[in-house]
Design a protein around this ligand. Sequence first.
Ligand SMILES: *Cc1c(COP(=O)(O)O)cnc(C)c1O
Length: 234
Amino acid sequence: MSQIKENIQRIQEEILNSCIKSNRNPDSVTLIAVTKTKPVEDMQIAYDCGLHNFGENKVQEIQAKYPSFGDKPIWHMIGHLQTNKVKYIIDKVSLIHSVDSLNLAKVIDAQAKKHNKIQDILIQINVANEDTKFGITEEEVEPLIREIAKFENVKIRGLMTIAPYVVDSEQNRPIFRKMSQIFVDINQKNIDNVNMDTLSMGMTNDYQVAIEEGATMIRIGTAIFGDRNYSLEG
Ligand SMILES: *Cc1c(COP(=O)(O)O)cnc(C)c1O
């Protein structure tokens, strides 16, 4: 059995365990295979194992790999997105996880309009307030959502965060809990056009804790495909 297949089976068991532990339906958690830097051959193995959600963090990489799979998988843009590059992926991705400014949302709205599409997006929050990462602060969330909600061709589906790298995943529990709180709070405000159902959080090192705290999408690369070799990148 391939290593990737073995890894996926192990992760799926872990997901199940975390769901049982937290009294959740396993169907409420979507596993996104983070395929950045990985060849299409590895992606095909994951796809054949039933992982039909691919996450990429670079526009160029989505453009390069898209022709190999087309619309069969669900493509997720999980990395920082520059406004001038939105046009290259708007017809390819189902969900953009990394919206962190009104201007970016505005460009996405305009491009989506051109393609006669309603683009699903998530708002990226930097709960840990790390200055090395993208995302808005907790205080900025509601005002930004209220503005973006006015756009016709953008639909806010939820929130996303990248938690810090920690050795003990328990250290990230307060961050995931905070995310869940913000998620519930915003939904209770009954903002026009905002009805969030997606909470994207948890990666290789902390996805079990993220599930226990309410994640509906987990983004996993290393645990599926092994370490990334960035020196191979062009
Ligand atoms: C790379 C990446 C991941 C996956 O990280 P792993 O630790 O390899 O699972 C998840 N989310 C984002 C935004 C990423 O860039």
